[in-house]
Design a protein around this ligand. Structure first.
Ligand SMILES: Nc1ncnc2c1ncn2[C@@H]1O[C@H](COP(=O)(O)OP(=O)(O)OP(=O)(O)O)[C@@H](O)[C@H]1O
Ligand SMILES: [Mg+2]
Length: 227
């Protein structure tokens, strides 16, 4: 199944922050969406998710900031049960222990509210919530920004394994071309609300065409980061 969106755009305060953009995502495909801060990556991610969900497709979202996904007034257990309920599952029916152990958050106290967990733990909890479903697509917005490199690599490995098991496609949004380079087969480069370049990861790394892609390639840090 190919997931298609076309003509997605967004305007805020009279300014176009996403110019009409179309995309086809093949089953199980992994695509990196890279660009400098403010280029429109998260905006495109949100528009893409809204559009696909409105068509009845199952799209999991790991937002850029855990605060977007977690209510500060609710316990972590409440969030987990809400995620299960939203998927039509019985509360407590998912294999939380295996996921939490794999993500190294098994010691997190579910009675606490989000601010009782570290930011990195919150980020992994949100990733765990995304993994209890069998989505057609998972959109990860800077999923490892609050994690140390070793935990980030382990988290990305777990995601990769789940994706393979479930045939889930992935959009990995990041300003870190190094992370994307190791995790996706295709890259899209965003600049000023437009996708200005897209090609295989190898092509972009070896033969970037636009100035912004050249800039990102010149500043990638993948030689030293394990994920
Ligand atoms: N609600 C809003 N009102 C006004 N401007 C907005 C709004 N949301 C986003 N923008 C602007 O749209 C542009 C794109 O923002 P977006 O968050 O999509 O960028 P990004 O590429 O995800 O950046 P980052 O790497 O910092 O997360 C930015 O210039 C931002 O200031
Ligand atoms: Mg963003």
């Amino acid at each position: 199944m190919i997931l298609s969106v076309s003509g997605l755009s967004a305007t805020r305060s009279g300014r176009t922050i996403l110019h009409p953009t179309s995309l086809d995502i093949e089953q199980c495909e992994s695509i990196g969406l890279v660009g400098v801060s403010g280029s429109g990556k998260s905006t495109f991610g949100h528009m893409l998710i809204d559009d696909l969900r409105s068509k009845g497709l199952k799209v999991a979202h790991v937002p850029q900031s855990p605060e977007e996904a977690l209510d500060p007034l609710r316990s972590m257990r409440f969030h987990w049960h809400e995620a299960e309920r939203a998927l039509g599952l019985d509360t407590g029916s998912t294999d939380k222990k295996t996921l939490f152990t794999a993500l190294k958050i098994e010691d997190g106290d579910l009675r606490k509210r989000p601010w009782g967990w570290s930011r990195g733990m919150q980020q992994r909890f949100v990733i765990a919530m995304a993994l209890i479903s069998s989505p057609d697509l998972i959109v990860l917005d800077e999923p490892t920004s609050a994690l140390d490199p070793v935990t980030a690599a382990a988290t990305m490995d777990l995601l990769e394994q789940h994706r393979e098991d479930l045939n889930t496609a992935m959009i990995l949004i990041t300003h870190d071309l190094g992370l994307a380079a190791r995790r996706v087969s295709k890259l899209m480069v965003m600049h000023d609300g437009r996708i200005v370049e897209q090609a295989s990861t190898e092509d972009i790394l070896e033969r970037p065409k636009t100035d912004v892609a050249k800039y990102l390639v010149a500043h990638r840090s993948w030689a030293v980061v394990p994920c």
